[in-house]
Design a protein around this ligand. Structure first.
Ligand SMILES: CC(C)(COP(=O)(O)OP(=O)(O)OC[C@H]1O[C@@H](n2cnc3c(N)ncnc32)[C@H](O)[C@@H]1OP(=O)(O)O)[C@@H](O)C(=O)NCCC(=O)NCCS
Length: 156
């Protein structure tokens, strides 16, 4: 059984592991190997220190192991990430993380959530009530972009 809690500074390594495993295993169905490596390879356990301070970051934990995380930027109303370990997909953990972010957004007065969905994640976000708006490029770093779908959901 897993629990959802706020991320702490000591969670960087666990979040990094989930992030890179999910990109390398789950996202590879829709992206080229060089895109996957550009995406996962630039991440480091220390990458999350600033994010934990500046974003709403929640983790799903199973017996002390981080198995998923969700990241919301309140100022822009953007869901910046939902990732779960490949071994726990389709168990409702992504939905639970997304509901937690939606609730945080709602109580803070956000009316519309937006996100750049990776192509593999579009059915997940559709199932959660997000509507596709347009195709776009998501910039990972200057010069490195991947295709995504801009999606929105009213949470007011
Ligand atoms: C997207 C992701 C977070 C979904 O997490 P999850 O815990 O597996 O999702 P849930 O179990 O809560 O799924 C809820 C519903 O979404 C839909 N769904 C989820 N994954 C799906 C898939 N691969 N194909 C079709 N529908 C899917 C289903 O309707 C599912 O309900 P069901 O299992 O009862 O049929 C997970 O697949 C992941 O980590 N992907 C890689 C990272 C990524 O691309 N994240 C998004 C970045 S924008």
């Amino acid at each position: 059984m897993y629990t959802i809690r706020r991320a702490q500074q000591t969670d960087g390594k666990g979040i990094w592991y989930v992030h890179t495993q999910a990109i390398r295993e789950t996202c590879k169905s829709h992206y080229a190997p060089e895109e996957i490596e550009a995406w996962a390879g630039r991440l480091q356990p220390s990458s999350y220190q600033m994010v934990i301070q500046s974003r709403e970051l929640f983790v799903a934990e199973d017996n002390g192991t981080i198995v998923g995380f969700g990241q919301l930027y309140l100022s822009s109303g953007e869901v910046e990430a939902i990732y779960v370990l490949p071994r726990v997909v389709r168990q409702g953990i992504g939905t639970q993380l997304l509901c937690t972010l939606e609730e945080r957004a709602r109580v803070q007065g956000v009316e519309v959530l937006r996100l750049d969905a990776s192509l593999n994640a579009v059915p997940f976000y559709k199932a959660a009530g997000f509507e596709p708006q347009r195709e776009a490029k998501h910039q990972l770093e200057p010069g490195v972009e991947i295709r995504c779908i801009v999606m929105t959901k009213s949470v007011a």
